[in-house]
Each structure stands twice: as structure tokens, then as C-alpha cells.
Design a protein around this ligand. Structure first.
Ligand SMILES: Nc1nc2c(c(=O)[nH]1)N[C@H]1C(S)=C(S)[C@@H](COP(=O)(O)O)O[C@H]1N2
Ligand SMILES: [Mo]
Length: 321
């Protein structure tokens, strides 16, 4: 990926893969590293540095890991943080890393509203204090026919939604990303109708594989990957996995995601990974795994069919792409 190598983050900001692996080995041997995990319910520190330290303390804890990428090797950290789609930070794959510092993540709050009994806006540290973090290794398949395998750290979206009590009218979940055109160069251009919006059907949102991620590779989420909190829906094309989420609204009507609004011929609401339905500009039968030579066959539902195919039984997936 040397073609995409741009000025790297300061060394203190990154954990090279080797260090990550070494720490994992330590953790497997049961050696406690870093600060102790913060107890749920603890009042989290409000200033950014203290918060980072507290979150890092929880990431250093021996989190449960679920390997859900069929034993496939994880993508190099360097590649996963330098080859990105994050249009708020620019169009090129290298832009998100180069302009990562423009994303202001402190303070950050998350609003949950709409069809819920208990709407509310919480500081991110208060959201996190309630949740149990875990590690999940998932494939990530972009609609542009490249893919990665990423070890995320986060918690099921379902846990958050249930705390707010979805009403019986909640049929869809809308997600909205940060809107900050003063700092985010991409938002000064009309690539999309900002802010970036995505949506899931409620059963997709409540599915145990659907994750809200706050870290990856044992680290706090790098800005270019969607800090401080992003969605990860591993059986759908990457554009559904919206980064830097500020608002979640449960709705009765189906929301229109940004990409669907921009080009409904190219992007569908469901966007399930499907090797049999081609995008007008890309065949979806095969994919390029970043860091590998050659191509891989794309798997139906990105390899998560056993878990999720039931969600779509009786639906014509050629039409509901
Ligand atoms: N807010 C926001 N979220 C976004 C995007 C974006 O441009 N803005 N790009 C999407 C696309 S197209 C992909 S493939 C994934 C890429 O995630 P990664 O850079 O962490 O691999 O993020 C998705 N989430
Ligand atoms: Mo993508």
C-alpha cells in the first residue's frame, strides 16, 4: 500500500501491529497492563486527556474476543488507517489520515430520540460507562470491491437502544454523523447532502452482530476510522457503517440514507453484500483484500449468512439491493 503512504501520525498516536500483538500476548498470559478498568457507573472524567486514559484503561482490560472472520488474518494496522473512505475529510483514500486532526471529537455527545420511551443526549463517556466493551474481528467489504479484516472494540447497538426503550412504532433506526463544515473540508463541497446519514431496519439494528465501535486494534478509534464512535454492520457494504455518529433516531417511516438520496440507481437501502448483484461500476463477484495479491471470491452477506439470512427470508434480494 506504499502508494498511499502519507505523513504518518506522530508515533505516540499509533500502536504498530507488532506492539498490538505483543500486548495481546501479554494479556493472554494474564498480565495486567495499564490502568484498571473503570467500574460501570463511575463518573467518567470530562477532560479529553483523562477520558482517553480511562478508555484506554478499559481497552487494556482483557476484553472478550470473538473471531468472526473465519480465521482470516487481520489487515495491517498501517493499511487500515491510511486507506479509508471518510468523505467529510476528503475524497481520496489518503485524505482521512492526512486531515484526521481536523475532526474535533471532544466534547462529544450522542442523542437518542424519536420512537423511544426515554430519549436523551448523553456525553460519550456516560454512554460508554454503561456498556461492556468487547473485541470483534469482522470482515469489512466496501462497495468499491476492496475489503479488510478489522479487530473492532465496541458494544452491541442493541444494548444502547434497549436502554432507551424503543416504542412499538419504532420500525427503523436513523444515524447521523457529525456536521462541522468549518473544520471538515469535505463538507464545504456538495459531494453529499450533509450530514452523512445512514439507516437500518429495526431488526437489523437489534441484530447481535451490529456493533457500535469505539476502538480497533486494541486502541481508541483513530479519527480517520470514525472516532469517537461509529457503526459496524459486517454483512453490509461499508458505506452503511457510518462514522462519527452524533444522533440516532428511531422512526416509523423509512429514512433515506445519504447515498441512496445521491444515487438510488447505484445504492440501495439494504446494501447487503451480494456477489450476484453487480454495482453499475463494479462487479461484486470478487474483491481485493487490502494487503493481498490477487482477488478473493466475495461471500454472500460477506460470510455472515448463517447469522443474518433469516432477516431477509421471502425478500427478492435482486430487487431489494
Ligand atoms: N461519516 C462517514 N461514515 C462513513 C463514510 C464516510 O464517508 N463518512 N464512508 C463509508 C465507507 S464508503 C466505508 S467503505 C467505510 C470505511 O471504513 P474504514 O475507513 O474504517 O475502513 O466507512 C463508511 N462510513
Ligand atoms: Mo465503501
Amino acid at each position: 500500500m506504499s502508494r498511499y503512504r502519507y505523513p504518518a501520525l506522530p508515533e505516540s498516536e499509533v500502536t504498530p501491529k507488532a506492539l498490538f500483538d505483543a500486548r495481546r500476548r501479554f494479556l493472554r498470559r494474564g498480565v495486567a497492563l495499564g490502568a484498571a478498568a473503570a467500574a460501570p457507573g463511575l463518573l467518567w472524567p470530562r477532560d479529553a486527556a483523562a477520558w482517553r486514559e480511562a478508555l484506554q484503561g478499559r481497552l487494556d482490560d482483557d476484553l472478550d474476543t470473538r473471531r468472526l472472520a473465519g480465521g482470516e488474518a487481520t489487515t495491517d494496522y498501517e493499511d487500515a488507517t491510511s486507506y479509508n473512505n471518510f468523505y467529510e475529510l476528503g475524497n481520496r483514500k489518503s485524505d482521512p489520515e492526512v486531515f484526521a486532526h481536523k475532526l474535533v471529537t471532544d466534547p462529544w455527545s450522542l442523542t437518542v430520540e424519536g420512537e423511544v420511551d426515554k430519549p436523551g443526549t448523553l456525553a460519550l463517556e456516560d454512554v460508554l460507562a454503561r456498556e461492556t466493551l468487547e473485541e470483534r474481528i469482522y470482515r469489512l467489504r466496501c462497495v468499491e470491491a476492496w475489503s479488510m479484516v478489522i479487530p473492532w472494540i465496541g458494544f452491541p447497538l442493541r444494548d444502547l437502544l434497549e436502554r432507551h426503550g424503543p416504542t412499538s412504532r419504532a420500525k427503523y433506526v436513523l444515524f447521523e454523523a457529525i456536521h462541522d463544515p468549518d473544520n471538515l473540508r469535505g463538507q464545504r463541497r456538495s459531494i453529499l447532502d450533509w450530514p452523512y446519514r445512514e439507516a437500518l431496519r429495526i431488526d437489523e439494528a437489534m441484530h447481535p452482530l451490529t456493533l457500535l465501535a469505539v476502538g480497533m486494534y486494541g486502541e481508541i478509534m483513530p479519527n480517520q476510522n470514525g472516532a469517537p464512535i461509529r457503526l459496524v454492520v459486517p454483512w453490509k457494504y461499508g458505506f452503511k457503517s457510518i462514522k462519527s455518529v452524533v444522533r440516532i433516531a428511531l422512526t416509523e417511516e423509512r429514512p433515506t440514507p445519504s447515498w441512496v438520496a445521491q444515487n438510488p440507481e447505484e445504492y440501495g437501502f439494504y446494501a447487503n453484500v451480494n456477489p450476484h448483484v453487480d454495482h453499475p461500476r463494479w462487479t461484486q463477484a470478487r474483491e481485493r483484500r487490502i494487503g493481498e495479491r490477487g482477488k478473493r471470491e466475495t461471500l454472500m452477506f460477506n460470510g455472515y449468512g448463517d447469522e443474518v439470512a433469516d432477516l431477509y427470508s421471502g425478500m427478492d434480494l435482486d430487487r431489494h439491493y
